[in-house]
Write a protein that binds this ligand. Sequence first.
Ligand SMILES: NC(=O)c1ccc[n+]([C@@H]2O[C@H](COP(=O)([O-])OP(=O)(O)OC[C@H]3O[C@@H](n4cnc5c(N)ncnc54)[C@H](OP(=O)(O)O)[C@@H]3O)[C@@H](O)[C@H]2O)c1
Length: 180
Amino acid sequence: MSTVYYVGTSLDGFIATPDHSLDWLTSRHIEEDGPQGYPAFEAGVGAIVMGAATYEWVHAAVTEAGEGWMYDVPAWVLTHRELAPIAGDIRFASADSDDEVRALHAEAVAAAGGKNVWIVGGGELVGRFADVGLVDELVLAYAPCVLGAGAPLLPRALDLELLEVDRNGDFVVVRYAVAR
Ligand SMILES: NC(=O)c1ccc[n+]([C@@H]2O[C@H](COP(=O)([O-])OP(=O)(O)OC[C@H]3O[C@@H](n4cnc5c(N)ncnc54)[C@H](OP(=O)(O)O)[C@@H]3O)[C@@H](O)[C@H]2O)c1
């Protein structure tokens, strides 16, 4: 079981534009069943964790599409606010201290039942988990673009070990282990 940050990123390390657009990402081609594609990754995930802005993006997207929450596994949404709910196993929580981050991670690991925990983003949230040594792997799908500014991929200094590199459609997908 691992805790994994699986994310699409620009070449210059942004995961959304300053106004939270993902058009630069969703407009690119990726083979779902290609190397390191999403369905195979998702099959190994037993719990997910995301921040408030990420949740709000998902909420807006599924609402606009007339769809529901897309995850079957327990999801923790970190926030200090009361966010608009969606039907699903969504647990709103906050984790401000290192001990709260550890406790939340332990809950997610227990709920994942031996599968992986996916930290969806954003980058600062992933950084909080990395600060206490709780991120094992990064899977970065590099889109062929430079954004210049936006939501940061992971605003931390971390040593990584390269595990796997694939081309998938327009993307270069790279899997790294966080060096201990
Ligand atoms: N490219 C991709 O694959 C990808 C993946 C994920 C996300 N995204 C996008 O990237 C952007 C990420 O936005 P973001 O950088 O602002 O990150 P975010 O983590 O989605 O949202 C940040 C907010 O989450 C809440 N939060 C984060 N950590 C918390 C903690 N430990 N305890 C309590 N609340 C916490 C805070 O909100 P409050 O205190 O205001 O409640 C914080 O301002 C979004 O646009 C998202 O859609 C892209």
